[in-house]
Write a protein that binds this ligand. Structure first.
Ligand SMILES: C[S@@+](CC[C@H](N)C(=O)[O-])C[C@H]1O[C@@H](n2cnc3c(N)ncnc32)[C@H](O)[C@@H]1O
Length: 246
């Protein structure tokens, strides 16, 4: 994951700076899939100007940058990979901190809404992660998740470092941490405007041109290819969840 979420994040920043700012959101949303998924979550969380919003496990900041532009908020980003945090600051000018989602450097009740996209499946410490999100949200605070769920055993080769929960496990984790689920949907990861894909592809091509001979690039491609194959087969499903802190 160091290659995929650390090294490549730095390369993504470099490529976006070379190609132009209109590439930042599409390239920065690679982990979370689609504009349609972000819109579903932003609507489900009823994000309004003035809300204090957290993006936990923000990657290079694409989803938070999209939310800032679309909903008039200034999300705070937390992300463990320093190159990704640097990219989030540079590309979107958002306040960003190096932190694991299960150990957030924020006070209790600091946020009105939070989302955590494609992160629950990257850690074994799921209960601690969800409890920490509950701690930093006010009572009645809104939480959005994108989780890659596996309800059956997955066929190899599996992506390294992932730990995909079942749909039931996600519901149970949320309930035990003090959340009530308010909505669920299957994410359509292809639901983005055509220019998003073109710009994200352009950034990928630029990264490959600059770093394609680096072993970290091949490693990251292999990892994301494994996830893509599992999603394509339907064994792994991208699930959107909205919940409220009770
Ligand atoms: C699939 S990417 C998604 C990034 C971003 N949320 C998005 O949707 O574009 C997963 C991200 O989770 C981060 N991550 C991994 N383990 C984490 C943890 N325990 N707490 C917070 N973030 C974590 C990775 O560094 C990576 O940036």
């Amino acid at each position: 994951m160091e290659s995929e979420f650390g090294t490549v994040a730095g390369w993504t920043e470099e490529a976006v700076l070379a190609l132009g700012p209109e590439h930042a959101v599409p390239a920065g949303c690679r982990g979370s899939g689609s504009e349609g998924a972000l819109r579903w979550l932003a609507d489900a969380l009823a994000v309004r100007p003035g809300d204090r919003v957290l993006d936990s496990g923000a990657g290079v900041g694409g989803p938070a940058g999209w939310l800032a532009a679309e909903r008039g908020v200034r999300p705070v980003c937390a992300e463990p990979m320093a190159p990704a945090v640097h990219a989030g600051r540079t590309l979107f000018g958002l306040p960003s901190v190096v932190a694991l989602s299960q150990a957030l450097p924020f006070a209790d009740d600091a946020f009105d809404a939070a989302w955590c996209l494609g992160v629950l499946c990257t850690t074994e410490e799921k209960a601690a992660l969800v409890a920490e999100l509950r701690r930093v949200l006010v009572d009645g605070g809104r939480l959005g998740l994108l989780v890659f769920v596996a309800d059956e055993p997955l066929p190899p080769p599996l992506p390294e470092g992932n730990s995909f929960p079942t749909s039931d496990e996600v519901s149970r984790l949320l309930g035990e941490a003090g959340f009530r689920v308010t909505g669920t949907a299957e994410a359509d990861l292809a639901d983005s405007p055509p220019e998003w894909k073109a710009r994200a592809d352009a950034v990928d091509a630029e990264v490959q041109r600059r770093h394609g001979d680096d072993p970290a690039w091949a490693e990251a491609e292999e990892q994301s290819g494994r996830v893509g194959r599992l999603l394509g087969s339907g064994a792994l499903r991208p699930r959107l969840v909205s919940a409220v802190a009770t």
